[in-house]
Design a protein around this ligand. Structure first.
Ligand code: EPU
Length: 411
C-alpha cells in the first residue's frame, strides 16, 4: 500500500455483513428453501454457512451474490465451540433455535479484542420469554417447552440481544414488547425478513418493538440491505486521500449522523439516484466525535474516524461509549506517525499533514480497514499484517480501492 493522488470513480457497496449473518440465523425458524440476494463475499458469511451446515442445513451459492439455504428436517440445534469461538455473532442462533426446536446447545463465546462482551442481556431476554439455561462444559444448554410473550426491557439497546429476542418472540405465544430495543437498520432488515416469513412485528427500527407470536413461519427470498460500514470505509478513504466518488447502492438514510459529521469536517456528500456521491478536498478539518447506539455515530465507524482525524487539520477528541477495549489499533496508527493520546475511553487526535508508512498489524475487521485507509496518506509503503481480519467483513476490499485509483495490493 502506497499513498497516491485523490480517489476518483464509482464503487459498488455490498450487502451488509451485520444483516446477512442474522438473516442466515433466522432461516433456522422454518423448514424449506430460502434465497438471499446481495450477499457479500466475506469470511463471516462462509463461517455462518459452516454453522448452518453443521446443524444439517444445506447452504449453496446461487449465482452472483446470492445464497440458497435449505432448512431440512432433522436439524440439530447446536452451535459447536469451533464455530462460535471463530465468530461471536453465532450466538444469535440461540433465540430462533429455542423458538423453533424448544432447545439449543450453544458454546459460550469467549472474549475478543473489544474487551469483555457479555451475553447477559441475550439470556435475560430469553429467560423472560420462558427459557431456562444450564451451563456445563463450556456450553449453554437452553430449553423452553413453549416460549410465552412478555415485556422485555433491555438494559442497553444491544444489537445482538434485540435480534435474539426478536427471533424468539416471533414464534412465542402471545404478545412480546421489546423496550429500549436497538434501532440499527440491520434490525429493521431482520424484521422485514421475518415479516415476509409470516411474523407479525411492529416498530422495528424504533426503541419499542411489538411482536404478536404466530404458530408457523415460511421460507422466503430476500435482498440484503447495503453495508453502511463498508460505505463509511470508502467515505473515509476519500476523506483521507481527497477526490470524488460514487458509492453505488449505498443508503444515505442509514448514515445520517456520519454524513453530518463528515460535512462538518469539510466533505460534501449527497444521496443520488445511484447511491451516495461524495467529494473531499485535499485535507479535512478536525471535529470531536462520540460513539453511541444508532442513530448515533456507530462504534464501527470510530477507527475510520480516528484515521481521518490523524490526517485532518486541527485537534479532535474521540469518545468511545460502547466497547471498553476498542482503542488497540491506535498504537498501530502511532507507529505510522499519528499523534494520538488515549485517556480512558477518550482519544485526543492531533492531525498531521502526512503519516509515515510502516509495517502494522490489523487487530480486527474495522481497525484493519482503518489502517489501510490511513496508509493512503502515509509517505512510503505500509504493510498491513493479519489482513485476514479485513476479509471477514469486506467484499473484495483491495480490488474496490484499486478501482478508485489507490495503490494497494494484497499478498
Ligand atoms: N452487552 C452486554 N451484555 C449483552 C450484550 C451486549 O453487556 O448481553 C454490551 C457489549 O459488551 C457492548 C455493548 O453492550 O459493550 C454493545 O453490544 P451489542 O450487543 O450492541 O453488539 P453486538 O450485537 O455484539 C453488533 C455488531 C458489531 C457492532 C455492535 C455495536 C454484529 C455481528 N456485530 O455487535 O459489529 O460493533 O453491534 O453496533 O452485528 C463489526 O461489524 O465488526 C462489529 C463488531
Amino acid at each position: 500500500m502506497r499513498p497516491g493522488g485523490p480517489l476518483e470513480g464509482s464503487v459498488p457497496i455490498s450487502g451488509a455483513k451485520n444483516s446477512v449473518l442474522k438473516l442466515m440465523a433466522a432461516t433456522t425458524l422454518a423448514e424449506g428453501g430460502y434465497v438471499l440476494h446481495n450477499v457479500p463475499r466475506i469470511l463471516d458469511v462462509d463461517w455462518m454457512g459452516d454453522l448452518l451446515t453443521s446443524m444439517g442445513m444445506v447452504v449453496t451459492p446461487a449465482g452472483e451474490g446470492s445464497l440458497h439455504i435449505d432448512h431440512r428436517p432433522d436439524l440439530r440445534p447446536e452451535a459447536p465451540y469451533e464455530l462460535v469461538e471463530r465468530m461471536r455473532a453465532s450466538i444469535v442462533v440461540m433465540g430462533p433455535l429455542l423458538a423453533r426446536y424448544g432447545r439449543a446447545r450453544v458454546a459460550m463465546p469467549g472474549g475478543d479484542d473489544f474487551g469483555p462482551r457479555p451475553i447477559d442481556m441475550h439470556l435475560r431476554a430469553l429467560e423472560d420469554l420462558g427459557a431456562t439455561f444450564e451451563v456445563a462444559h463450556g456450553y449453554i444448554e437452553a430449553r423452553a417447552d413453549h416460549l410465552v410473550g412478555a415485556r422485555l426491557l433491555l438494559e442497553f439497546p444491544s444489537v445482538g440481544a434485540t435480534e435474539n429476542a426478536l427471533m424468539a418472540a416471533v414464534l412465542a405465544k402471545g404478545t412480546t414488547v421489546i423496550d429500549n430495543a436497538a434501532r440499527e437498520p440491520e434490525i429493521a432488515d431482520l424484521a422485514a425478513f421475518l415479516t415476509r416469513m409470516g411474523a407479525q412485528i411492529e416498530g422495528a427500527g424504533s426503541p419499542t418493538i411489538t411482536i404478536e407470536g404466530v404458530d408457523e413461519l415460511n421460507p422466503v427470498e430476500h435482498t440484503v440491505i447495503p453495508d453502511r460500514i463498508e460505505a463509511a470505509t470508502f467515505l473515509a478513504a476519500v476523506g483521507i486521500a481527497g477526490g470524488e466518488v460514487t458509492l453505488q447502492g449505498a443508503r444515505a438514510d442509514h448514515m445520517d449522523m456520519l454524513i453530518q459529521k463528515l460535512g462538518e469536517m469539510g466533505m460534501r456528500i449527497s444521496p443520488d439516484t445511484d447511491g451516495i456521491w461524495a467529494f473531499a478536498p485535499r485535507r479535512l478539518r478536525s471535529a470531536d466525535v462520540s460513539t453511541l447506539p444508532y442513530p448515533g455515530l456507530a462504534t464501527d465507524y470510530k477507527p475510520l474516524l480516528v484515521a481521518l482525524l490523524a490526517t485532518a487539520d486541527g485537534v479532535g477528541i474521540v469518545t468511545e461509549n460502547l466497547f471498553s477495549g476498542r482503542f488497540r489499533y491506535i498504537d498501530e496508527l502511532v507507529r505510522m506517525g499519528a499523534d494520538i493520546r488515549t485517556e480512558g475511553h477518550h482519544a485526543v487526535v492531533r492531525g498531521r499533514p502526512l503519516l509515515s508508512g510502516a509495517p502494522v498489524r490489523a487487530p480486527d475487521i474495522r481497525a484493519g480497514a482503518a489502517l489501510v485507509v490511513a496508509a493512503l496518506k502515509a509517505e512510503g509503503e505500509t504493510e498491513v499484517f493479519d489482513a485476514h481480519h479485513i476479509d471477514r467483513g469486506y467484499d473484495r476490499f483491495v480490488d474496490k480501492l484499486r478501482s478508485l485509483g489507490a495503490d494497494v495490493s494484497s499478498a
